[in-house]
Design a protein around this ligand. Structure first.
Ligand SMILES: [Mg+2]
Ligand SMILES: [Zn+2]
Length: 212
């Protein structure tokens, strides 16, 4: 870790925090019951990674993503997006532009019966960030901060949760937080999510069998 004179103490309150978008507000996403989660990286898992996607026009859905999310919901998984957004750090788009886009994305999922609980995002970058966003944070994957924040806020059982990512850093971040299982996908291949959908479909069936 490089020494940084401006953050040499361990005061958690001064640590940079990830951003959080919850469609109905934080209160609506609280849960008494502990839930398992399916964590999703965004670029390369939800939308094809065309580089710093932040508009409707740039959005090309990864084949199978809505089926994956609906199957996960049926199997009792809360859906949480965890995404590095260096585009905010670099000034390519503002945080409010990102949030407008994220709101639209959540609505697209909701109308297809795959409600996403929250999007957690890291707006920092250690070298390319502008101003205060140029910082070594604990949330940019492969660090695990976004998973622990989500777990604390939404009462998630990380040891019973899964991650879908398109980079090793996604899976490292998840396993570092204690997430049970990671799937690495390649959205340039046909049916990139089929293996994950099949796995979750089996989970949904076994849940129903236990319930009868
Ligand atoms: Mg990605
Ligand atoms: Zn961060």
């Amino acid at each position: 870790m490089p020494a940084r004179s401006n953050c040499s103490d361990d005061d958690m309150s001064t640590q940079p925090k990830p951003g959080i978008y919850v469609p109905g507000g934080l209160q609506s996403a609280m849960s008494e019951a502990r839930r398992r989660a399916l964590f999703l990286d965004r670029d390369g898992v939800i939308n094809v990674n065309h580089g710093y996607v932040h508009t409707i026009e740039q959005t090309e859905w990864v084949p199978g993503i809505f089926e994956l999310c609906a199957t996960a919901r049926d199997a009792g998984y809360a859906l949480v997006v965890v995404t590095n957004q260096a585009g905010i750090a670099r000034g390519y788009y503002s945080e409010s532009e990102f949030l407008d886009y994220t709101r639209w994305m959540h609505e697209e999922f909701a109308v297809r019966g795959a409600v996403i609980l929250a999007t957690i995002y890291c707006p920092h970058h250690p070298e390319a960030g502008l101003g205060a966003l140029r910082i070594e944070c604990g949330c940019r994957k492969p660090a695990s901060g976004m998973f622990t924040v989500a777990s604390d806020l939404f009462n998630l059982a990380l040891g019973d949760s899964m991650m879908v990512g398109d980079k090793e850093s996604d899976l490292l971040a998840a396993s570092g937080a204690g997430v049970l299982r990671g799937f690495l996908v390649d959205s340039s291949k046909p049916e990139p999510l089929a293996r994950v959908i099949e796995h979750l479909g089996r989970a949904a069936n076994s849940t129903m069998e236990r319930g009868t």
